[in-house]
Write a protein that binds this ligand. Structure first.
Ligand SMILES: [Zn+2]
Length: 472
Protein backbone atom coordinates (compact mmCIF):
# COMPACT_ATOMS: atom_id res chain seq x y z
CA UNK A 1 0.00 0.00 0.00
CA UNK A 2 2.70 2.38 0.94
CA UNK A 3 4.64 1.63 -2.20
CA UNK A 4 1.64 2.30 -4.35
CA UNK A 5 1.04 5.71 -2.81
CA UNK A 6 4.61 6.64 -3.49
CA UNK A 7 4.23 5.62 -7.07
CA UNK A 8 1.09 7.70 -7.47
CA UNK A 9 2.78 10.68 -5.88
CA UNK A 10 5.67 10.28 -8.27
CA UNK A 11 3.37 10.11 -11.28
CA UNK A 12 1.56 13.23 -10.15
CA UNK A 13 4.86 15.01 -9.69
CA UNK A 14 6.03 14.07 -13.16
CA UNK A 15 2.74 15.08 -14.65
CA UNK A 16 2.84 18.45 -12.93
CA UNK A 17 6.36 19.16 -14.02
CA UNK A 18 5.95 18.12 -17.66
CA UNK A 19 2.40 18.76 -18.76
CA UNK A 20 1.94 22.47 -18.14
CA UNK A 21 4.88 23.36 -20.34
CA UNK A 22 3.31 21.84 -23.42
CA UNK A 23 -0.15 22.98 -22.39
CA UNK A 24 1.03 26.56 -22.10
CA UNK A 25 3.00 26.53 -25.28
CA UNK A 26 0.36 25.22 -27.62
CA UNK A 27 -1.89 27.77 -29.25
CA UNK A 28 -5.16 28.35 -27.42
CA UNK A 29 -8.22 28.36 -29.64
CA UNK A 30 -11.59 29.84 -28.72
CA UNK A 31 -15.07 29.33 -30.04
CA UNK A 32 -16.46 32.10 -32.18
CA UNK A 33 -19.74 33.81 -31.45
CA UNK A 34 -22.52 31.49 -32.60
CA UNK A 35 -26.21 32.24 -32.51
CA UNK A 36 -27.14 28.70 -33.53
CA UNK A 37 -27.59 25.82 -31.10
CA UNK A 38 -25.63 22.61 -31.14
CA UNK A 39 -28.87 20.94 -32.27
CA UNK A 40 -28.92 23.28 -35.27
CA UNK A 41 -25.49 22.04 -36.27
CA UNK A 42 -26.73 18.47 -36.07
CA UNK A 43 -29.88 19.16 -38.08
CA UNK A 44 -28.06 21.09 -40.77
CA UNK A 45 -25.36 18.45 -41.08
CA UNK A 46 -27.91 15.65 -41.42
CA UNK A 47 -29.74 17.42 -44.21
CA UNK A 48 -26.55 18.15 -46.06
CA UNK A 49 -25.31 14.57 -45.51
CA UNK A 50 -28.45 13.16 -47.07
CA UNK A 51 -28.00 15.41 -50.06
CA UNK A 52 -24.31 14.54 -50.31
CA UNK A 53 -25.04 10.81 -50.23
CA UNK A 54 -27.61 11.17 -52.98
CA UNK A 55 -25.08 12.96 -55.19
CA UNK A 56 -21.85 11.11 -54.52
CA UNK A 57 -21.23 7.39 -54.92
CA UNK A 58 -20.02 5.90 -51.66
CA UNK A 59 -17.37 3.24 -51.81
CA UNK A 60 -19.12 0.33 -50.15
CA UNK A 61 -16.07 -1.62 -49.18
CA UNK A 62 -16.35 -2.74 -45.56
CA UNK A 63 -12.60 -3.18 -45.10
CA UNK A 64 -11.80 0.33 -46.30
CA UNK A 65 -14.81 1.64 -44.43
CA UNK A 66 -13.85 0.16 -41.07
CA UNK A 67 -10.24 1.24 -41.50
CA UNK A 68 -11.21 4.87 -42.11
CA UNK A 69 -13.77 4.66 -39.32
CA UNK A 70 -11.08 3.47 -36.89
CA UNK A 71 -8.74 6.31 -37.76
CA UNK A 72 -11.61 8.80 -37.45
CA UNK A 73 -12.70 7.37 -34.11
CA UNK A 74 -9.20 7.69 -32.74
CA UNK A 75 -9.07 11.33 -33.76
CA UNK A 76 -12.53 12.15 -32.39
CA UNK A 77 -11.68 10.73 -28.97
CA UNK A 78 -8.61 12.97 -29.02
CA UNK A 79 -10.54 16.21 -29.45
CA UNK A 80 -9.72 18.41 -26.43
CA UNK A 81 -12.57 18.24 -23.91
CA UNK A 82 -13.64 21.88 -24.32
CA UNK A 83 -14.43 21.17 -27.99
CA UNK A 84 -16.23 17.88 -27.52
CA UNK A 85 -19.95 17.83 -28.06
CA UNK A 86 -21.43 14.55 -26.86
CA UNK A 87 -24.50 15.23 -29.03
CA UNK A 88 -22.46 15.21 -32.23
CA UNK A 89 -22.42 12.00 -34.22
CA UNK A 90 -19.16 11.75 -36.04
CA UNK A 91 -19.09 9.22 -38.80
CA UNK A 92 -16.80 8.62 -41.74
CA UNK A 93 -17.59 7.38 -45.20
CA UNK A 94 -15.51 7.02 -48.33
CA UNK A 95 -16.61 8.67 -51.59
CA UNK A 96 -15.52 6.92 -54.76
CA UNK A 97 -13.99 10.05 -56.28
CA UNK A 98 -10.40 10.68 -57.33
CA UNK A 99 -10.01 14.26 -56.13
CA UNK A 100 -7.66 14.64 -53.16
CA UNK A 101 -10.30 15.91 -50.82
CA UNK A 102 -12.44 15.36 -47.77
CA UNK A 103 -15.26 17.32 -46.26
CA UNK A 104 -17.05 17.33 -42.95
CA UNK A 105 -20.50 18.64 -42.19
CA UNK A 106 -21.79 20.37 -39.06
CA UNK A 107 -22.55 17.88 -36.29
CA UNK A 108 -20.14 15.23 -37.52
CA UNK A 109 -20.82 13.54 -40.89
CA UNK A 110 -17.54 13.27 -42.76
CA UNK A 111 -16.75 12.15 -46.30
CA UNK A 112 -13.26 11.16 -47.32
CA UNK A 113 -12.48 10.84 -50.99
CA UNK A 114 -10.86 7.67 -52.17
CA UNK A 115 -8.35 9.86 -54.05
CA UNK A 116 -7.21 11.41 -50.80
CA UNK A 117 -6.52 8.04 -49.21
CA UNK A 118 -4.65 6.93 -52.32
CA UNK A 119 -2.58 10.12 -52.54
CA UNK A 120 -1.47 10.28 -48.90
CA UNK A 121 2.03 8.91 -48.35
CA UNK A 122 1.34 7.81 -44.78
CA UNK A 123 -1.61 7.13 -42.55
CA UNK A 124 -0.57 10.27 -40.68
CA UNK A 125 -1.08 12.41 -43.79
CA UNK A 126 -4.55 10.98 -44.27
CA UNK A 127 -5.31 11.42 -40.58
CA UNK A 128 -4.08 15.02 -40.86
CA UNK A 129 -6.71 15.91 -43.43
CA UNK A 130 -9.34 14.20 -41.31
CA UNK A 131 -8.18 15.98 -38.13
CA UNK A 132 -8.40 19.32 -39.95
CA UNK A 133 -11.96 18.58 -41.08
CA UNK A 134 -12.97 17.29 -37.64
CA UNK A 135 -11.68 20.56 -36.19
CA UNK A 136 -14.06 22.61 -38.36
CA UNK A 137 -16.91 20.50 -36.94
CA UNK A 138 -15.75 20.64 -33.32
CA UNK A 139 -15.25 24.43 -33.51
CA UNK A 140 -18.71 24.73 -35.11
CA UNK A 141 -17.27 26.81 -37.92
CA UNK A 142 -20.26 26.37 -40.23
CA UNK A 143 -22.79 27.98 -37.95
CA UNK A 144 -20.22 30.44 -36.58
CA UNK A 145 -19.62 31.70 -40.10
CA UNK A 146 -23.35 31.96 -40.67
CA UNK A 147 -23.68 33.93 -37.45
CA UNK A 148 -21.39 36.56 -38.93
CA UNK A 149 -23.71 36.80 -41.89
CA UNK A 150 -21.10 35.42 -44.22
CA UNK A 151 -22.16 33.01 -46.85
CA UNK A 152 -21.05 29.50 -47.31
CA UNK A 153 -20.11 29.35 -50.90
CA UNK A 154 -20.22 26.26 -52.96
CA UNK A 155 -17.11 25.45 -54.87
CA UNK A 156 -17.72 25.56 -58.59
CA UNK A 157 -16.53 22.02 -59.18
CA UNK A 158 -19.42 20.61 -57.25
CA UNK A 159 -22.47 22.62 -57.90
CA UNK A 160 -21.49 25.00 -60.63
CA UNK A 161 -23.28 27.75 -58.80
CA UNK A 162 -22.65 29.67 -55.64
CA UNK A 163 -25.41 29.69 -53.10
CA UNK A 164 -26.22 30.16 -49.50
CA UNK A 165 -27.32 27.56 -47.07
CA UNK A 166 -27.20 29.59 -43.93
CA UNK A 167 -27.29 33.20 -43.06
CA UNK A 168 -30.99 33.75 -42.98
CA UNK A 169 -32.83 34.59 -39.80
CA UNK A 170 -33.19 31.06 -38.55
CA UNK A 171 -32.61 27.42 -39.11
CA UNK A 172 -36.20 26.99 -40.25
CA UNK A 173 -34.98 28.28 -43.58
CA UNK A 174 -32.52 25.46 -43.87
CA UNK A 175 -35.16 23.02 -44.91
CA UNK A 176 -35.97 24.99 -48.03
CA UNK A 177 -32.45 26.02 -48.85
CA UNK A 178 -30.99 24.71 -52.07
CA UNK A 179 -28.65 22.12 -50.76
CA UNK A 180 -25.75 21.59 -53.03
CA UNK A 181 -23.37 22.41 -50.32
CA UNK A 182 -20.67 20.36 -48.87
CA UNK A 183 -17.44 21.97 -49.73
CA UNK A 184 -17.86 24.81 -47.36
CA UNK A 185 -15.46 27.59 -47.91
CA UNK A 186 -14.22 29.06 -44.68
CA UNK A 187 -12.40 32.24 -43.87
CA UNK A 188 -8.64 32.35 -43.59
CA UNK A 189 -8.93 32.60 -39.82
CA UNK A 190 -11.06 29.46 -39.61
CA UNK A 191 -8.72 27.50 -41.85
CA UNK A 192 -5.78 28.40 -39.64
CA UNK A 193 -7.72 27.38 -36.54
CA UNK A 194 -8.64 24.04 -38.08
CA UNK A 195 -4.97 23.49 -38.94
CA UNK A 196 -3.87 24.29 -35.40
CA UNK A 197 -6.55 22.28 -33.63
CA UNK A 198 -6.05 19.53 -36.19
CA UNK A 199 -2.34 19.38 -35.29
CA UNK A 200 -3.23 19.26 -31.58
CA UNK A 201 -5.75 16.46 -32.12
CA UNK A 202 -3.18 14.51 -34.12
CA UNK A 203 -0.59 14.76 -31.36
CA UNK A 204 -3.13 13.63 -28.77
CA UNK A 205 -4.07 10.70 -31.01
CA UNK A 206 -0.44 9.66 -31.35
CA UNK A 207 0.13 10.94 -34.88
CA UNK A 208 3.03 13.20 -35.78
CA UNK A 209 1.36 16.57 -36.47
CA UNK A 210 4.06 17.37 -39.06
CA UNK A 211 2.20 14.92 -41.27
CA UNK A 212 -0.68 17.38 -41.62
CA UNK A 213 1.81 19.88 -43.05
CA UNK A 214 3.41 17.19 -45.19
CA UNK A 215 0.09 16.53 -46.85
CA UNK A 216 0.34 19.95 -48.56
CA UNK A 217 3.60 18.86 -50.16
CA UNK A 218 2.02 15.60 -51.20
CA UNK A 219 -0.90 17.39 -52.82
CA UNK A 220 1.52 19.67 -54.68
CA UNK A 221 3.55 16.74 -55.91
CA UNK A 222 0.41 15.00 -57.12
CA UNK A 223 -0.44 17.94 -59.32
CA UNK A 224 -2.55 20.14 -57.11
CA UNK A 225 -6.16 19.48 -56.32
CA UNK A 226 -7.12 19.47 -52.71
CA UNK A 227 -10.50 21.07 -53.26
CA UNK A 228 -12.21 22.02 -50.03
CA UNK A 229 -9.27 20.93 -47.92
CA UNK A 230 -6.69 22.94 -49.82
CA UNK A 231 -8.39 26.30 -49.73
CA UNK A 232 -6.58 29.03 -51.62
CA UNK A 233 -6.16 31.11 -48.49
CA UNK A 234 -4.05 30.98 -46.47
CA UNK A 235 -1.53 29.77 -49.02
CA UNK A 236 -0.32 26.19 -48.71
CA UNK A 237 3.18 27.37 -47.82
CA UNK A 238 1.83 29.59 -45.02
CA UNK A 239 -0.18 26.70 -43.70
CA UNK A 240 2.80 24.35 -43.98
CA UNK A 241 4.93 26.71 -41.89
CA UNK A 242 2.22 27.42 -39.31
CA UNK A 243 1.43 23.75 -38.72
CA UNK A 244 5.09 22.87 -38.35
CA UNK A 245 5.46 25.69 -35.85
CA UNK A 246 2.54 24.32 -33.85
CA UNK A 247 3.92 20.81 -34.14
CA UNK A 248 7.04 22.06 -32.37
CA UNK A 249 4.95 22.88 -29.29
CA UNK A 250 3.26 19.51 -29.17
CA UNK A 251 4.20 16.29 -27.52
CA UNK A 252 3.03 13.28 -29.49
CA UNK A 253 1.24 10.79 -27.24
CA UNK A 254 2.66 7.49 -28.48
CA UNK A 255 3.04 6.29 -32.02
CA UNK A 256 -0.25 5.44 -33.69
CA UNK A 257 0.96 5.10 -37.22
CA UNK A 258 0.32 1.74 -38.82
CA UNK A 259 1.83 1.89 -42.27
CA UNK A 260 1.25 -1.76 -43.05
CA UNK A 261 -2.50 -1.51 -42.66
CA UNK A 262 -2.47 1.77 -44.60
CA UNK A 263 -0.48 0.21 -47.44
CA UNK A 264 -2.87 -2.73 -47.55
CA UNK A 265 -5.88 -0.40 -47.84
CA UNK A 266 -4.18 1.66 -50.56
CA UNK A 267 -3.46 -1.47 -52.53
CA UNK A 268 -7.06 -2.57 -52.16
CA UNK A 269 -8.26 0.79 -53.49
CA UNK A 270 -5.95 0.66 -56.50
CA UNK A 271 -7.59 -2.65 -57.39
CA UNK A 272 -10.81 -0.82 -58.11
CA UNK A 273 -9.56 0.94 -61.23
CA UNK A 274 -9.89 4.65 -61.86
CA UNK A 275 -12.42 6.63 -59.84
CA UNK A 276 -14.31 9.50 -61.47
CA UNK A 277 -13.63 13.09 -60.45
CA UNK A 278 -16.24 14.95 -58.43
CA UNK A 279 -16.88 17.20 -61.40
CA UNK A 280 -17.56 14.17 -63.58
CA UNK A 281 -19.90 12.77 -60.94
CA UNK A 282 -21.69 16.09 -60.80
CA UNK A 283 -22.00 16.32 -64.58
CA UNK A 284 -23.45 12.81 -64.81
CA UNK A 285 -26.37 14.02 -62.71
CA UNK A 286 -26.79 10.55 -61.28
CA UNK A 287 -28.62 10.25 -57.96
CA UNK A 288 -28.01 7.56 -55.38
CA UNK A 289 -30.54 6.08 -52.99
CA UNK A 290 -30.14 7.15 -49.39
CA UNK A 291 -31.66 6.48 -46.06
CA UNK A 292 -31.15 8.61 -43.01
CA UNK A 293 -27.39 9.11 -43.08
CA UNK A 294 -25.79 7.75 -39.95
CA UNK A 295 -22.60 6.10 -38.87
CA UNK A 296 -24.48 2.83 -38.76
CA UNK A 297 -23.09 1.83 -42.05
CA UNK A 298 -24.83 -1.43 -42.73
CA UNK A 299 -22.00 -3.83 -42.18
CA UNK A 300 -21.89 -6.99 -40.22
CA UNK A 301 -21.07 -5.39 -36.90
CA UNK A 302 -24.25 -3.35 -37.02
CA UNK A 303 -26.62 -6.17 -37.68
CA UNK A 304 -29.14 -6.95 -34.98
CA UNK A 305 -27.35 -9.04 -32.34
CA UNK A 306 -30.10 -11.61 -32.33
CA UNK A 307 -30.75 -14.31 -34.88
CA UNK A 308 -33.40 -13.53 -37.50
CA UNK A 309 -36.84 -14.80 -36.56
CA UNK A 310 -37.73 -15.66 -40.14
CA UNK A 311 -41.19 -14.24 -39.55
CA UNK A 312 -41.53 -11.76 -42.37
CA UNK A 313 -44.16 -9.97 -44.41
CA UNK A 314 -44.86 -11.02 -47.97
CA UNK A 315 -43.00 -9.02 -50.60
CA UNK A 316 -44.76 -5.81 -51.47
CA UNK A 317 -46.06 -5.59 -55.02
CA UNK A 318 -44.65 -2.08 -55.15
CA UNK A 319 -41.04 -1.92 -56.17
CA UNK A 320 -38.27 0.51 -55.40
CA UNK A 321 -35.21 1.18 -57.57
CA UNK A 322 -31.70 0.98 -56.21
CA UNK A 323 -28.30 1.72 -57.68
CA UNK A 324 -25.68 -0.53 -56.20
CA UNK A 325 -21.95 -0.99 -56.80
CA UNK A 326 -21.49 2.72 -57.37
CA UNK A 327 -24.27 2.85 -59.88
CA UNK A 328 -22.91 -0.02 -61.94
CA UNK A 329 -25.98 -2.10 -61.20
CA UNK A 330 -29.61 -1.01 -61.06
CA UNK A 331 -32.24 -3.21 -59.55
CA UNK A 332 -35.85 -2.99 -58.37
CA UNK A 333 -36.83 -4.74 -55.14
CA UNK A 334 -40.08 -4.91 -53.17
CA UNK A 335 -40.55 -1.63 -51.37
CA UNK A 336 -40.84 -3.30 -47.95
CA UNK A 337 -37.31 -4.69 -48.21
CA UNK A 338 -34.24 -2.83 -47.06
CA UNK A 339 -30.65 -2.74 -48.16
CA UNK A 340 -28.00 -4.19 -45.85
CA UNK A 341 -24.38 -4.96 -46.55
CA UNK A 342 -22.57 -7.79 -44.86
CA UNK A 343 -19.16 -7.09 -46.24
CA UNK A 344 -19.36 -9.59 -49.07
CA UNK A 345 -22.60 -8.73 -50.77
CA UNK A 346 -25.42 -6.23 -50.85
CA UNK A 347 -28.62 -7.80 -49.49
CA UNK A 348 -32.21 -6.76 -49.90
CA UNK A 349 -34.27 -8.25 -47.12
CA UNK A 350 -37.58 -7.88 -45.33
CA UNK A 351 -37.61 -7.01 -41.61
CA UNK A 352 -37.12 -10.13 -39.49
CA UNK A 353 -35.10 -11.88 -42.18
CA UNK A 354 -31.60 -10.89 -41.11
CA UNK A 355 -29.51 -11.00 -37.98
CA UNK A 356 -26.52 -12.78 -36.54
CA UNK A 357 -25.66 -16.25 -35.37
CA UNK A 358 -22.27 -16.64 -33.67
CA UNK A 359 -21.14 -13.31 -35.08
CA UNK A 360 -22.01 -14.28 -38.65
CA UNK A 361 -24.65 -12.52 -40.69
CA UNK A 362 -27.55 -14.89 -41.40
CA UNK A 363 -30.56 -14.39 -43.66
CA UNK A 364 -33.80 -16.31 -43.92
CA UNK A 365 -35.39 -14.48 -46.87
CA UNK A 366 -33.97 -12.10 -49.44
CA UNK A 367 -31.78 -11.53 -52.44
CA UNK A 368 -28.13 -10.57 -52.47
CA UNK A 369 -25.77 -9.29 -55.11
CA UNK A 370 -22.05 -9.52 -55.21
CA UNK A 371 -19.00 -9.54 -57.43
CA UNK A 372 -16.44 -12.31 -57.10
CA UNK A 373 -12.95 -12.62 -58.48
CA UNK A 374 -12.60 -16.18 -59.70
CA UNK A 375 -9.62 -17.92 -61.23
CA UNK A 376 -11.66 -18.94 -64.19
CA UNK A 377 -13.03 -16.90 -67.05
CA UNK A 378 -15.30 -19.77 -68.04
CA UNK A 379 -18.74 -18.93 -66.64
CA UNK A 380 -19.61 -22.41 -65.45
CA UNK A 381 -16.22 -23.08 -63.84
CA UNK A 382 -16.26 -19.65 -62.24
CA UNK A 383 -19.74 -20.33 -60.88
CA UNK A 384 -18.59 -23.66 -59.48
CA UNK A 385 -15.76 -21.86 -57.71
CA UNK A 386 -18.26 -19.44 -56.22
CA UNK A 387 -20.51 -22.25 -55.02
CA UNK A 388 -17.54 -24.08 -53.51
CA UNK A 389 -16.66 -20.95 -51.57
CA UNK A 390 -20.25 -20.58 -50.36
CA UNK A 391 -20.08 -24.21 -49.21
CA UNK A 392 -17.05 -23.49 -47.02
CA UNK A 393 -19.19 -21.47 -44.64
CA UNK A 394 -22.31 -23.62 -44.97
CA UNK A 395 -21.60 -27.30 -44.48
CA UNK A 396 -25.22 -28.21 -45.22
CA UNK A 397 -25.24 -26.62 -48.64
CA UNK A 398 -26.07 -29.16 -51.36
CA UNK A 399 -26.50 -28.82 -55.09
CA UNK A 400 -29.98 -29.95 -56.08
CA UNK A 401 -30.04 -29.27 -59.79
CA UNK A 402 -27.64 -28.84 -62.67
CA UNK A 403 -26.87 -25.59 -64.45
CA UNK A 404 -29.49 -24.00 -66.62
CA UNK A 405 -28.75 -21.34 -69.19
CA UNK A 406 -30.62 -18.08 -68.83
CA UNK A 407 -30.02 -14.37 -69.40
CA UNK A 408 -29.39 -11.56 -66.99
CA UNK A 409 -29.38 -7.95 -68.14
CA UNK A 410 -29.21 -9.22 -71.71
CA UNK A 411 -26.14 -11.38 -71.23
CA UNK A 412 -25.53 -15.08 -70.88
CA UNK A 413 -26.12 -16.31 -67.38
CA UNK A 414 -26.29 -19.56 -65.44
CA UNK A 415 -28.94 -20.56 -62.95
CA UNK A 416 -28.68 -23.29 -60.33
CA UNK A 417 -30.53 -24.29 -57.18
CA UNK A 418 -29.12 -25.53 -53.90
CA UNK A 419 -30.56 -26.64 -50.60
CA UNK A 420 -29.32 -25.65 -47.16
CA UNK A 421 -30.31 -25.76 -43.50
CA UNK A 422 -30.78 -22.25 -42.22
CA UNK A 423 -28.35 -21.47 -39.38
CA UNK A 424 -30.91 -19.39 -37.51
CA UNK A 425 -34.13 -21.36 -37.85
CA UNK A 426 -32.78 -24.87 -38.45
CA UNK A 427 -35.28 -25.18 -41.28
CA UNK A 428 -34.47 -26.33 -44.80
CA UNK A 429 -34.14 -23.54 -47.33
CA UNK A 430 -33.75 -23.08 -51.05
CA UNK A 431 -30.81 -21.10 -52.38
CA UNK A 432 -30.89 -19.88 -55.96
CA UNK A 433 -27.68 -18.75 -57.59
CA UNK A 434 -27.60 -16.79 -60.86
CA UNK A 435 -24.28 -15.73 -62.32
CA UNK A 436 -22.99 -13.78 -65.27
CA UNK A 437 -19.67 -12.35 -66.28
CA UNK A 438 -18.64 -8.73 -66.16
CA UNK A 439 -16.49 -7.27 -68.90
CA UNK A 440 -13.45 -7.32 -66.66
CA UNK A 441 -13.85 -11.08 -66.21
CA UNK A 442 -15.24 -10.89 -62.69
CA UNK A 443 -18.30 -12.92 -61.79
CA UNK A 444 -21.48 -11.06 -60.91
CA UNK A 445 -23.97 -13.06 -58.88
CA UNK A 446 -27.37 -12.95 -57.31
CA UNK A 447 -28.07 -15.34 -54.47
CA UNK A 448 -31.68 -15.60 -53.31
CA UNK A 449 -32.73 -17.39 -50.16
CA UNK A 450 -36.17 -18.51 -48.98
CA UNK A 451 -37.40 -21.32 -46.70
CA UNK A 452 -38.38 -24.42 -48.62
CA UNK A 453 -42.08 -24.60 -49.44
CA UNK A 454 -42.57 -20.84 -49.03
CA UNK A 455 -43.96 -19.93 -52.42
CA UNK A 456 -44.79 -16.26 -52.00
CA UNK A 457 -41.29 -15.14 -52.90
CA UNK A 458 -40.79 -16.78 -56.29
CA UNK A 459 -42.46 -14.06 -58.29
CA UNK A 460 -40.55 -11.37 -56.37
CA UNK A 461 -37.23 -13.03 -57.24
CA UNK A 462 -38.26 -13.27 -60.88
CA UNK A 463 -39.27 -9.64 -60.94
CA UNK A 464 -35.97 -8.64 -59.34
CA UNK A 465 -34.02 -10.60 -61.94
CA UNK A 466 -35.98 -9.05 -64.80
CA UNK A 467 -35.36 -5.54 -63.45
CA UNK A 468 -31.62 -5.98 -63.10
CA UNK A 469 -29.42 -3.82 -65.33
CA UNK A 470 -25.64 -4.06 -65.37
CA UNK A 471 -23.66 -1.14 -66.82
CA UNK A 472 -20.02 -2.11 -66.77
ZN1 LIG B 1 -10.65 23.67 -43.94
Amino acid sequence: MFKRQTLIAWIVLVAVSVLPLSALAQTQIQYHNNKYSVQDDIKLGRQAAQEAESQFPLLRDPQVQSYVENVGRRLVTSIPSQFQHPEFQYFFKVVNAKDINAFALPGGPMYVNRGMIEAARTEGEMAGVMAHEISHVALRHGTAQATKGQKYSILGGIAGIAGTILGGPGVGQLAQAPFAVYLLKFSREYETEADILGAQIMARAGYDPHDLANMFRTIEQQGGGGGGFLSDHPSPSDRYARINKEAGYLRVAGDTRDSREFARIQERLRGYGAAPSMAEIQRSGQRYPTGEPTGNYPTQGNYPDNAPTGRVSYPSTRYQNYNIFNGGVQVSVPSNWREVNDGNSVWFVPEGAYGQVNGQAVYTHGASFGVAQTNNRDLQRGTQELINSLGQGNSNLRTTGGYQRTTLSGRNALYTTLSNINEATGRPETVRVITTQLRNGQLFYMVAVVPQNERGFDSAFEQILRSLRIND
